[in-house]
Design a binder for this molecule. Structure first.
Ligand code: GLU
Length: 426
């Protein structure tokens, strides 16, 4: 029986990431004619764990932090997904991010389910010692959730290889065995993979290149704006620049920076490294607002910062012909129709930023083999996977006459639903 999931409800002004995820999920479920029990099983996470983490701060006081780990699905393999340290962490957001990980892994065809973790905290205001104690407390609390064959965390917003190293160390001590494969995105000396740091940005570049090909855009005639200059934004900008694209705008929490002649991305990266991690005071460009950056007269826009940046309020003003979502959830679902009507091609997050988890998978494989690959091999294999995933989603979009986002959901949900059916376990 096919059920109508998508209610023709009035367009809501604001959607949280979980509502945005569910909107697209429902459209894709309808296209696939998904039966009701599978729909219900896939929309609910398999496991949601919430913990309170008492941590001794440097001033001697104990502060209690909220921590979460949501396993959306472990049907295609152990669940996989990053851990986010941010003040905005909320259980609904973690649930959406966990489901996105399931769809992402299915799209690139790696044998994982999806999960996500988060701790409500402001890592920029914490000392290294406080971060280490918080991370170890979280690992102890999640010791029975995590596992190399069970659930494998990785970095996300606000976390980094050092934090992954503490997780690996604490988990290995708790279990009494060296367990590098319990977490990915580790420092190289601890069993990290070459190419992992660059992997998400590299995937953004590869999918952007494939999309430019379909749109008959010549990269050397293309101008791009990149929102966010963290790991994903800065590497995406750098690699797109190497393809001949002119990066005319970049941004971070300090604001937006615009130079119509093109920004020297390498210089900007060096500046940030020397300037305490921010673009503040970068003089090679004029300052613009975040809103101006998103609506610049460019061919390509790469939102690689936060969720909910392209919304009902600004979607109509976007001039780019191609949007490549480096961040998770940068476009609210209620903006999809506007972008569609404007004929903008959107490479959705669950495809565009899947290069990160793809190389996480390679890291896990290398850890289990105890044999490490060259960077050239990592990049070659990751590029191949990203290109194939792009083509598969593109073909689905043609087959059902839907946009790339819905096509990506269709491919992912189809795969997860058929695996569920074959396993027969509900
Ligand atoms: N946090 C990244 C993401 O959202 C990477 C996850 C991973 O490597 O497991 O895709």
């Amino acid at each position: 029986m096919t059920v109508k999931y998508k209610e023709p409800a009035p367009i809501k002004d604001h959607l949280n990431p979980l509502e945005s995820m569910m909107e697209r999920f429902s459209v894709a479920a309808e296209i696939l004619g998904l039966d009701e029990s599978t729909y219900n099983a896939l929309k609910s996470p398999e496991k949601s764990v919430a913990v309170s983490l008492p941590v001794t701060m440097d001033n001697g006081k104990i502060e209690v932090f909220e921590g979460y780990r949501v396993v959306h699905s472990a049907k295609l393999g152990p669940s996989k997904g990053g851990i986010r340290y941010a003040n905005s962490v909320h259980i609904d957001e973690v649930k959406a991010l966990a489901a996105w990980m399931t769809w992402k892994c299915a799209i690139v065809g790696i044998p994982y389910g999806g999960a996500k973790g988060g701790i409500k905290c402001d890592p920029r205001k914490m000392s290294q010692g406080e971060l280490e104690r918080l991370t170890r407390a979280y690992t102890v609390a999640m010791a029975d959730v995590f596992g190399p064959e069970k659930d494998i965390p990785a970095p996300d917003m606000g976390t980094n290889p050092q934090i992954m190293a503490w997780i690996m160390d604490e988990y290995s001590k708790l279990k009494g065995v060296a367990s590098p494969a319990v977490v990915t995105g580790k420092p190289l000396v601890l069993g990290g993979s070459l190419g992992r740091v660059e992997a998400t940005g590299r995937g953004v570049m590869v999918t952007a290149r494939s999309a430019m090909g379909k749109l008959k855009m010549n990269p050397s005639k293309v101008k791009a704006a990149v929102q966010g200059f963290g790991n994903v934004g800065s590497i995406s900008a750098k690699l797109l620049e190497l393809q001949g694209v002119k990066i005319v705008a970049i941004s971070d929490v300090s604001g937006g920076y615009f130079n119509d002649k093109g920004i020297d991305v390498e210089k900007a990266i060096e500046y940030v490294e020397k300037n305490g991690g921010t673009l503040e005071g970068f003089t090679e460009a004029d300052m613009i607002s975040n809103e101006e950056l998103l609506t610049l007269d460019v061919e390509v826009l790469v939102p690689a910062a936060l969720e909910d940046q392209i919304t009902l309020k600004n979607a109509d003003k976007i001039k780019a012909k191609l949007i490549v979502e480096g961040a998770n959830g940068p476009t609210a679902a209620n903006a999809d129709a506007i972008l569609n009507d404007k004929g903008i091609m959107v490479i959705p997050d669950i495809l565009a930023n899947a290069g990160g988890v793809t190389v996480s998978y390679f890291e896990w494989v290398q850890n289990r083999l105890g044999y490490f690959w060259t960077e050239e091999r990592v990049n070659r294999r990751a590029d191949r996977i990203m290109k194939q995933a792009f083509e598969q989603v593109f073909n689905t979009s043609q087959k059902y006459d839907v946009n790339m986002r819905i096509a990506a959901y269709v491919n992912a949900i189809d795969k997860v639903a058929s695996t569920k059916r074959i396993r027969g376990s509900f």
